[in-house]
Structures are given as C-alpha cells and as structure tokens.
Design a protein around this ligand. Structure first.
Ligand code: 13P
Length: 343
C-alpha cells in the first residue's frame, strides 16, 4: 500500500527542522509527580507555580534557540504562560523553537503479577492531537518502558510486541493529525547486566518497533526515534569507555533502523551530564566510519537540566546562573551532535 497522508510534506519538514545540524531537543516534560524528586533535591516546594517559574527560566534562556530546536512539554506546562501571559507554546514558536507535547499517560502492568508494562494514553488521543496541534504543537512524544531481568527472561516477547504495537498505533494517529511522532521505546538501565545484554535486548526492541511502524504505514521520513544508548546496567561491575558505548549503539541502530527515518534523538537515561555528552560525541565521531544514514542528536531531560536545576535552587536571584548552566550544556551537546565536543 502506498502512503497516503496529506500531512507528509509538513511532517518531513518539521522532523528535519528538529534534527537540523547542531541542534537537539530539551525534554522538559516531567509530570507534576515525577518532578517531585528533583525539586526535593534542591529544597523547592512542588507547586504548579514553581514548575511554571522553573520552565520559564529554561525556555527564556538567551540564545538557546541556536542549540535547541524543540522542547517537549507535559500538558500542564503546555497550558501555562510566561510572566507576560503569553502561552509557552506561543512564546517558543515566536522564538524559533518547535513546541512538543508528551501524549502518553504513564504505565500500567502488562499482566497481573508482572513488573512489565504497557503505556496508557489512547483515550481521546485523536482529539488531544487535534487540540494540541491547533494550539501550536508540531511534534509529540510517547514513552514505552522495557526492563531487563535475565533470571526472568525479561523483557518477554509479549512485552516487546505489545509495546511495539502501541508505539506504532500512537505514531500513525499523530501523523494523521499533523504531529511528528517521537517513539521512545526505552530499555531501562536498572540492573547489573553487561553492555552486550543491553545491545541484544535493544536490537530486539527496535526491530519489533520498526516492523510495527511498517505494519501501521507510519511515514518514517516524518518520524523520530528516541532510543537509549547501549550501556551496561547502572549496577554492573564492569564499566565501559565512551567509545565502546558509541560503537555498540551505532551497531544496534544500523542493524535495526531504516535509512528513511528522519533522525535519532537520544534520551540520557540517568547518565551524568558529562557522560551523556561524551557518549553522543563519540557516536558522532564514529558516524563517518560506520553505516549511519541518520542524524544522531539529543533529546535529554536530566542531562540538560541537572546543573541548571542545582544553580537555580528555587531562588529568583539565581535565575541567570541557572540559564548560564543550561546554555553551557546545550552548547556542549550541540558540539557533541557534530562530533566536535572537547570537554
Ligand atoms: P532523560 O534524558 O532524563 O532520560 O529524559 C528523557 C526523557 O524524555 C525520558 O522520557
């Protein structure tokens, strides 16, 4: 069947805008409940107003649009405004940044008595896509979670297949409504597994995801993948070098991702800011020697925000320090997306 989506040229244009050279995404879509830990770490009360102030600091960082092409927001943030009552999506559009929306609504158990999950969010999804598009969103994110547990043989094939189908169904609905879908099948780094196990599992997860995208006729030129990098589990004894992570990640992607895909935007998955930047940089240094038809850039949450959050500490007088810290990480990751970061 031939693709027949009248939105194709817009989808391709917006996806290419996001992965234009030297730019990437800020993932600022923590839910009100998931940001609580981060606010606690700096002693800030987790209120809607504090969340608004924090996002405003990030979004109004001077010159940030030279390095950040898109920002993903939670629905709450999408509905908030800056101090001059201009809505965040409108403000970002005016400053040359594409507004994005997190569309999934969290996880639920795949079956009874398992810690494997599927992702919720299909209720009124078409309507929500239309509504967010009308209010300025041009791309969307949906996260699925796969956990490695070698004694239980997890992730199971059932978890891999169900999550692949969920991502493909979400992506096809987004594209029909004009939003570039980011599909995020995250293989979680919890555990003591080695880098080879992460690679093996991620290859299976990505292969299943792209099969499902094909089954659902998703237009790959207007779609982005947000994968984990290939690393050992956080509790693994043997640590590996950035160059090993880079090679394993590129090998995994080249075995599974079609060349037509618009681009690849990595999550940082709890890596330190510096590690995430170094790993992205190593990949982009390698890309010329390997079979890589896609742009490899960032869609980091914690690895773009950790030092900014700390510098802010909830105090008005620290806002420009926080912006300085955020800009520094954005510049570093922009360099890494070109393979030009030197620490
Ligand atoms: P991290 O970069 O902190 O992993 O967050 C990215 C993200 O969007 C997770 O869904």
């Amino acid at each position: 069947m031939i693709h027949n989506n009248s939105n194709e040229s817009m989808l391709k244009k917006n996806a290419e805008f996001i992965v234009q050279q030297g730019k990437g995404i800020l993932a600022a879509d923590e839910s009100p409940s998931s940001i609580v830990k981060r606010f606690q770490s700096i002693g800030v009360e987790n209120t809607a107003e504090q969340r608004r102030i924090y996002r405003q600091i990030l979004f109004t960082t001077p010159n940030i649009q030279q390095y950040i092409s898109g920002i993903i927001m939670h629905e709450e943030t999408f509905n908030q405004s800056n101090d001059s009552s201009i809505s965040f999506p409108m403000m970002l559009t005016q400053s040359g940044i594409l507004p994005g929306i997190k569309l999934d609504r969290g996880l639920e158990s795949l079956t009874i008595n398992t810690n494997e999950t599927i992702t919720l969010g299909f209720d009124d999804l078409e309507k929500r896509c239309e509504d967010f598009f009308t209010r300025g969103a041009r791309f969307a994110k949906w996260r699925c979670v796969l956990r490695i547990n070698q004694t239980k043989n997890q992730p199971t094939q059932v978890a891999i297949l169900n999550n692949a189908i969920i991502l493909a169904r979400y992506a096809s609905i987004c594209q029909a409504k004009g939003l570039v879908p980011i599909i995020e099948p995250e293989v979680i780094p919890d555990g003591d597994h080695d880098i080879y196990t992460c690679q093996y599992v991620t290859e299976k997860v990505l292969a299943a995801a792209f099969t499902a995208l094909s089954d659902y006729n998703v237009y790959l030129e207007g779609c982005l993948l947000k994968p984990n990098m290939i690393t050992p589990g956080h509790e693994a004894k043997k640590k590996v070098k950035s160059s090993d992570i880079a090679l394993a990640t590129i090998t995994t992607l080249s075995r599974t991702c079609p060349a037509a895909l618009a681009g690849i935007v990595f999550l940082s998955g709890g890596q330190s800011e510096e590690d995430a930047t170094m790993n992205l940089n190593e990949m982009n240094k390698l890309i010329y020697q390997q079979k890589c038809p896609w742009v490899l850039t960032f869609s980091f949450g914690r690895a773009l925000q950790a030092s900014a959050l700390k510098a802010w500490g909830g105090k008005r007088e620290n806002e420009s320090n926080a912006q300085h810290s955020f800009l520094k990480r954005a510049i570093a990751n922009s360099s890494a997306s070109r393979g030009e970061y030197d620490g």
